[in-house]
Design a protein around this ligand. Structure first.
Ligand code: EPU
Length: 419
């Protein structure tokens, strides 16, 4: 298995370009199943998760072509069964359920397994499908959906930990082809949900309210092909901003959407960094001594859970006592033990991490456990004295396009060591 090796202590400076959003690309690619016509999607990031999604689409009968960030999908005919072997690699495979139900009025998709960041149930997705008239069964490890007809309904998708992103996506994708009007209350407001709604509308769907807590969807009999460009990845953008903060002089991220990372730039400003924003670029630079802070993860527009681990890395070297509360995935703290191996002083109390900043982290062999935890270890390695080797790099490849190359462009001493 490949490793990432970092010689810490280099000051980063310069600019890099942000890739298309992974968490938009996955449901948008799944949504191409809703039409028999060709869809052309631009700015699809080159990641193992997008490759997995394309494999699933191919398995389901779609023709897929890919060249330098552009993916063409034609799903002239679709079969509605996605077995374990094909979906097990990626939890987000679950977002083919909605399009298959909408298009075929039936779907059999293997149930996603456990996940290192927490339990990750899909009860809200299934509740939404049932409200649209589908019979739902879980049998032999598979979710089976069947609906002679889908009918619009009023559905509340608010869960115990707030709204559900992929649940909102899934129910929206089934409802676009239902008869009548669907109202989704408690909808997720994340930019990736808005991106999917914009794509579906370009395919001929009638969705209003994307970006608010209430979506109103007028069902249409069919959708047509469309050409679409995916939004910039706000979590990749946030990760590079934290990289700049942790060890930068001045780091500029380009082709980003400043509004989508506002909660992250606000936190970095509170932490004592200067942020300069232009139309599609953001710079981060030091602005005096960094300050500790209290931080909670929240659904959008709050601070994203997908940036929590990276902020823990930054705060671990920020003098003083910081407190981080994880409100979306209370167990998402696999990075803590590894950061402690690098000298961080942090303690967990349930879903809260208390961090006492240290002057210096020390390079160490550490193990990536999930995508964002891995990014946090790389960021810590940039700052640490000595050599950090992050193993299980396949977690990083799931969600960051050429992370090591982009950091090298900024001056990091980082290399990928092939197994
Ligand atoms: N939840 C339920 N029932 C459900 C669905 C979710 O209780 O049926 C709970 C979850 O357990 C969690 C909360 O609701 O406590 C929010 O989960 P959500 O459904 O929004 O997560 P998701 O849609 O499965 C997406 C992203 C995650 C990101 C979360 C939260 C994709 C492919 N994944 O997951 O991204 O952390 O939203 O913003 O869009 C990542 O990129 O590293 C990643 C994990």
């Amino acid at each position: 298995m490949d490793k990432i090796r970092i010689h810490g202590g280099q000051a980063l400076s310069g600019s890099i370009k942000i890739s298309g959003s992974k968490n938009s690309a996955l449901p948008i690619l799944a949504a191409t199943l809703l039409t028999r016509e060709e869809c052309i999607i631009h700015r699809v990031p080159d990641l193992s998760d997008t490759h997995s999604m394309l494999q699933i689409l191919t398995h389901l009968g779609a023709q897929v072509e890919r060249a330098s960030g552009i993916v063409c999908v034609t799903a002239a005919k679709v079969n509605s069964v996605a077995p374990y072997d094909i979906v097990r690699k990626m939890r987000a495979s679950v977002c083919v359920l909605g399009p298959l139900l909408g298009r075929c009025k039936e779907a059999t998709v293997s149930m996603p397994g456990g996940c290192v960041i927490g339990d990750r149930p899909i009860d809200l997705h299934l509740k939404g499908f049932e409200a649209l008239g589908a019979a739902v069964r879980v049998e032999g490890g598979n979710i089976k959906l069947f609906a002679p007809k889908l009918r619009g309904a009023v559905i509340n998708l608010q869960g115990r930990f707030g709204p559900t992103v992929l649940g909102t996506d899934n129910v929206m994708m089934a409802a676009v082809l239902a008869e009548g009007t669907t109202v989704i209350d408690g909808a997720a407001q994340e930019p990736e949900v808005v991106d999917l709604a914009n794509f579906l509308n370009k395919m001929g769907a009638k969705i209003d309210g994307a970006g608010t807590r209430r979506l109103i969807i007028e069902g249409v009999p069919e959708l047509h092909g469309a050409e679409y460009e995916i939004i910039p990845d706000r979590i990749e953008a946030g990760t590079f901003l934290v990289a700049g903060a942790i060890s930068g002089k001045r780091v500029i991220i380009k082709r980003a959407e400043p509004e989508h990372v506002r909660s992250v730039t606000d936190v970095l400003e509170r932490c004592g960094f200067a942020i300069e924003t232009e139309e599609d670029s953001i710079s981060v630079l030091p602005n005096g001594a960094a300050q500790p802070l209290e931080l909670s993860t929240e659904p959008y527009p709050g601070f994203p859970t997908d940036m929590q681990a990276q902020m823990c890395a930054l705060l671990s070297t920020t003098e003083g006592r910081s407190v981080v509360r994880e409100n979306i995935f209370p167990q998402r703290y696999m990075h803590v033990a590894e950061l402690k191996r690098m000298g961080a002083r942090m303690e967990l109390d349930g879903a809260t991490a208390v961090i006492n900043g240290v002057d210096c982290l020390y390079g160490a062999p550490v193990m990536a456990s999930d995508l964002r935890a891995s990014a946090a270890l790389v960021l810590a390695g940039l700052k640490a004295d000595g050599v950090t080797e992050v193993s299980r790099v396949y977690h990083i490849d799931r969600g960051y396009e050429h992370l090591d190359e982009k950091l090298r462009e900024l001056g990091a001493d980082i290399e990928r060591v092939r197994a």
